[in-house]
Each structure stands twice: as structure tokens, then as C-alpha cells.
Design a protein around this ligand. Structure first.
Ligand code: SF4
Length: 383
């Protein structure tokens, strides 16, 4: 599926993010922009709006990542995915080696659908395993079982997917460190190429927040969550994963290109409800969050952008760069922003170094392992 010729191969490449906001049910902890998949008609009108929004994109850009996030993008039919990808290829110069990721949930795909996705160019699957404990899955309101995760990865391998990422959540209410160890063992047995870890955060307005407020669920134990994180670091290292970011781990050769763009402030153009975009310089904008309002705005005005801002790039460069294990290149910072970071923040940095949260020399500044656990304290200095 290729409609444009790539003729600016040395330009910095951007990413495209496509938000698919439909899910089978609502997980109790979720505060993403999602809707229940009510009927095919609503999804059709959303796909029509999404393709119209992409078609109206005014610039010519080279793109080496396309990311379908959600929501549950694997609820799209292969035909719908094909329509969306077709318009992406028409509007952007998509490189031959582009990474095309699709988020999916276990038990939402068949072998036939996966093969069709693969034929359309999808070459990376990111899926929400979350936990391998059926009781925990149930408490979270997830509609799949641990066995569905095992079956889905088997289907993915049969459909020729060799770049698979799992999301796992630690720090769940009632989850013990022993539970977490069992989870990790189960996840690692399935040999994904990549792992993303989420420490559960309780978001106001979610069913889980209400369950905790009314005493039906206990508050997650923060110390246990920190211990789970440390166990994860040890286990993934023993199993051949490299930690390249606070919460992300990859086997050799499987660091995803798309997510890195957010941490290195490369351009990412987002389409769909709630999608955020960054122009790679200093301008950010985002779309209407509500699905129906998004569709109406695109139909009526061809645009659903509701928020625009010029960001303070120097501080974002620091606290996004610090999420990466390699940290920040101080020479690049100086060239780009005309100031010396160490000189500017000397007292703060010395204090953080004394606490063992950061390490630095004249070339690089990075978080220590302890710093990863207390990253918010470090980031606060630069915000
Ligand atoms: S599947 Fe993901 S996006 Fe959908 S409700 Fe659950 S957590 Fe939210």
C-alpha cells in the first residue's frame, strides 16, 4: 500500500498516532477517552470522520511510525483498518521500514483478522495482558482471562507477528508481591519482545476510585508497588530485556520507534478523538475528547482541535529525556537552548545527587535506579 514516493530520506521522520476509542467494556481503573462498542454504525461514522481528518492534514511529512492506540483498535475490521491506512499512505510519505503498531486486547482477534492486519502492513502488536491472575482481571472489569492472553499470543505467532509487546499493571488493590512474581513468571514464559509496566494510578471519576472511596476495595499499597518495580527490574534483566525507559523494556533490536518520539520531542501527528499532536518544534495541540462531539466537529468544521499551546521546550527536553535510561546529552541541550543545564540547576542537581537520585558528568545527566522510583521528585525541579 504505497502511494507516495519518498524523496527526502535525510529529513527527520515524524510519527502518526490514530486513536480508536472503542472497547468491549469499561475497565474499572480506566480514564482514557473510550466508549463502549455499541454498534457497527457508530464505529463506521467514526472511521469516516477519522479518514476525513487525515485527508485534511495540510503538510507533507515523512513518517516512519504509525500507531493505532485506544481504546481497543483490534475491534476494527480489516476493511476499516485498510481504509485508514490507505489515507495515511496517501497523505504522508510512509517509509518502507515503517513500524506499524496496533494495540489489541486478548480475545478480540481471530487468526484470520490477524493475518489480514499483517497483510495490511501492521508489524507490531501491543496488547493489554495487565495481569495473569483471573481474579485480578475480574476485579479490574477486564473481559478476558489469563488463558485468552496465552491464546492470543499463539495466534499472533501463527499470523507471523514477531514483534509483540505486553502491558502489565503492578500495584493493584489486594495484589501481593508473591502475586506479582507469579504474574511476571507467566508473562516472561510467553517470551514477548517488549514489556511496558504501569504502576496503577487511581484516577478520580473511575469506578475503581469509587470502590476505594466506599471501602469495597483497599487502597493499593505504595511500598509493595515500589518493591514490585524493583523485582521487575531484576527479572527482566535476567530474561534478556534491556530497560531503556522508566517503564519500558525491550529485547535486543525491539525498542519501538514510535514511543521514543514522545521522549525525544520528535513530531507526532495525532488523529481521532483526544489525540495529541506535536510539531517537533514547540507547538502542541489536541482534539476534542468526546467521540460523538469529535465526529460532529469533523463533519461540520473539518477540524476537532480544541486546545493549542506553545510549550516550554527546554524543560520538556529535560524531564522527558530523563525518562530514558541513557538520560540527557548535555552538549545537545547546550547547543539547542544556549545554556548550561548543570550551571543553571547546580544546587538542585547536587542535592538530588546526594540523595542518590541522579548521576551526571559533563556529557550526560541521568536518573539512577533509585531515581526511577522517585522520578516525580526529580522532574519537579525542571517543571
Ligand atoms: S481496554 Fe484499555 S482503553 Fe479499554 S476500557 Fe480497558 S483500560 Fe480502558
Amino acid at each position: 500500500m504505497k502511494n507516495k514516493t519518498l524523496n527526502h530520506s535525510t529529513d527527520k521522520k515524524a510519527g502518526v498516532y490514530l486513536h480508536i476509542p472503542f472497547c468491549r467494556s469499561r475497565c474499572s481503573y480506566c480514564d482514557f477517552a473510550t466508549d463502549i462498542y455499541k454498534n457497527a454504525e457508530i464505529v463506521e461514522s467514526y472511521v469516516a470522520a477519522l479518514t476525513k481528518e487525515i485527508a485534511n492534514f495540510p503538510h507533507e511529512k515523512i513518517v516512519d511510525t504509525v500507531y493505532f492506540g485506544g481504546g481497543t483498535p483490534s475491534l476494527l475490521s480489516a476493511k476499516q483498518l485498510e481504509r485508514i491506512l490507505k489515507i495515511v499512505h496517501e497523505k504522508f510519505f510512509v517509509t518502507d521500514d515503517a513500524e506499524i503498531t496496533l494495540e489489541m486486547n486478548p480475545a478480540t482477534v481471530s487468526l484470520e483478522t490477524l493475518k489480514a492486519y499483517k497483510n495490511l502492513g501492521v508489524n507490531r502488536a501491543s496488547f493489554g495482558a495487565q495481569t495473569f491472575d483471573d481474579a485480578e482481571l475480574k476485579r479490574l472489569g477486564r473481559k478476558h482471562t489469563a488463558n485468552d492472553v496465552r491464546e492470543t499470543i499463539e495466534l499472533l505467532r501463527k499470523a507471523d507477528f514477531h514483534n509483540v509487546s505486553f502491558d502489565l499493571i503492578a500495584g493493584l488493590p489486594r495484589q501481593t508481591v508473591a502475586d506479582w512474581r507469579r504474574n511476571l513468571t507467566e508473562a516472561l514464559k510467553l517470551q514477548p519482545e517488549h514489556l511496558s509496566l504501569y504502576i496503577l494510578e487511581i484516577s478520580e471519576g473511575t469506578p475503581l476510585a469509587e470502590q476505594i472511596r466506599t471501602g469495597r476495595q483497599p487502597l493499593p499499597d505504595e511500598d509493595a508497588a515500589a518493591e514490585m518495580y524493583v523485582i521487575l527490574l531484576e527479572e527482566v534483566a535476567r530474561n534478556g530485556f534491556e530497560q531503556y525507559e522508566i517503564s519500558n523494556f525491550a529485547r535486543n533490536g525491539f525498542k519501538p520507534k514510535h514511543n521514543s518520539k514522545y521522549w525525544t520531542l520528535d513530531a507526532v501527528y495525532g488523529f481521532g478523538c483526544s489525540a495529541h499532536s506535536f510539531d517537533g518544534a514547540d507547538f502542541r495541540y489536541s482534539n476534542e475528547r468526546d467521540t460523538a462531539k469529535y465526529v460532529a466537529l469533523i463533519e461540520r468544521e473539518n477540524s476537532a482541535v480544541v486546545h493549542r499551546e506553545t510549550i516550554e521546550v527546554a524543560s520538556e527536553f529535560v524531564f522527558l529525556g530523563l525518562r530514558l535510561t541513557k538520560g540527557i546529552d548535555l552538549k545537545i541541550y547546550e547547543r539547542r537552548f544556549g545554556k548550561n543545564l548543570i550551571e543553571n540547576y547546580r544546587e538542585d542537581l547536587q542535592r538530588l545527587e546526594e540523595f542518590g537520585l541522579i548521576e551526571f558528568d559533563e556529557n550526560r545527566l541521568r536518573l539512577t535506579k533509585k531515581g526511577f522510583l522517585f522520578s516525580n521528585e526529580v522532574f519537579a525541579v525542571f517543571v
